[in-house]
Design a protein around this ligand. Structure first.
Ligand SMILES: Cc1cc2nc3c(=O)[nH]c(=O)nc-3n(C[C@H](O)[C@H](O)[C@H](O)COP(=O)(O)O)c2cc1C
Length: 315
């Protein structure tokens, strides 16, 4: 199979929606370990068996191969950031995460939708992964909405409804902005009097032939957007403006004369106009590295975002 076939196979496999879990255990020194996994599957009700697949290249493969227990926590919609943490390289993924132990001693992510605490039953060699079958020793679940993963994106079925409600409210002032990427570079405009950098915005998304809309403004800036995806929804609690940000990857940014594309690793974050823009851009870069995008709704003034969302592209 060549590289292109592998990519196509990934795309085809990604069209099967799954939940998102964190698979956890303890290493030989009793430290908690874990990684994000969507390969979780139920296997048998009697006996009670579940499985997950772990990449042979996993940093923790040794611990999972010799360990006698593991646990699976099913993440909720609001735990999207935990999925990102446990899929990103970090020596201490648990440092800002609440977790507890139940039966086997394996960490269980607090407030997850469901958890399964397991004895390891089988560890089966399967290509570039191992299949790990667990015998369920304890489990629980609740009615929170689970995080869903489809075509490289986290999906939130409640988003469209919430967006519609915000749009229908005539008193809501809406500002629409865009994170434009070209060759791993991000487009920012500069305020000439303050030197601060900001994303292009307009009062509506519109069309490229509508000069006052975002897509029209971008067209005038020589940025041609063919596909765009919802990325972030903030509320500025000072003036109650709703800020809706899209993300778009463009084919050619070479004719841009106003504004500039900044390489991911040389963005002057201290010059960004506000904290929410900084947070949003940092999240964009993290999620771009993983090719797994989420959409957030949050309060701009608090400078943090909470998970919500839906997106449907197949980058
Ligand atoms: C949504 C999602 C699902 C994933 N599913 C799996 C999986 O089922 N098995 C796996 O080995 N890696 C999976 N990964 C990748 C791992 O989480 C990622 O490679 C992680 O860095 C591995 O950490 P480790 O090397 O510390 O074990 C997934 C990543 C994401 C974002």
């Amino acid at each position: 199979m060549n590289k292109e076939d592998t990519r196509d196979l990934r795309l085809a496999l990604g069209s099967f929606p799954t939940g998102v879990t964190v698979v956890t255990s303890k290493d030989k020194d009793d430290n908690p370990i874990g990684f994000t996994a969507n390969s979780f599957t139920s296997v048998s009700l009697s006996p009670q068996l579940i499985l997950i697949c772990i990449d042979k290249a996993s940093f923790n493969i040794q611990s999972f191969s010799v360990g006698k227990h593991f646990a699976v926590s099913v993440l909720s919609e609001s735990q999207h950031h935990i999925s990102t943490t446990f899929a990103s390289p970090d020596s201490d993924r648990f440092k800002n995460i609440q977790w507890e132990v139940k039966i086997t001693g394996s960490p269980i992510i607090s407030n997850s939708v469901a958890w399964f605490d397991c004895d390891k039953d089988q560890f089966i060699d399967a290509g570039d992964h191992f299949i790990v079958i667990g015998k369920v020793r304890g489990f629980d679940s609740n009615s929170q909405r689970p995080l869903v993963y489809l075509r490289g994106n986290y999906v939130n079925f409640g988003l469209e409804q919430k967006m519609l409600l915000a749009m229908e409210n005539k008193n809501t002032k809406i500002l629409v902005g865009a994170l434009i990427e070209w060759r791993k570079k991000i487009y920012l405009l500069k305020d000439q009097s303050t030197g601060l950098l900001y994303f292009p915005t307009a009062s509506r998304l519109g069309q490229s032939n509508d000069d006052v809309s975002l897509l029209g403004k971008l067209q005038n800036l020589k940025i041609s957007v063919t596909e765009h995806y919802l990325f972030s929804v903030f509320e500025n609690s000072d003036d109650k403006t709703s800020l809706i940000y899209y993300r778009a990857k463009i084919e050619d940014g070479s004719s841009v004369t106003i504004g500039q594309f900044y390489e991911f690793d040389s963005i002057p974050f201290d010059l960004l106009i506000d904290e929410p823009s900084r947070i949003m851009l940092k999240r964009y870069i993290t999620e771009r590295e993983l090719d797994a995008f989420g959409i957030f709704v949050g309060k701009e003034s608090e400078g943090k975002v909470e998970a919500i969302t839906k997106s449907n592209d197949n980058v």
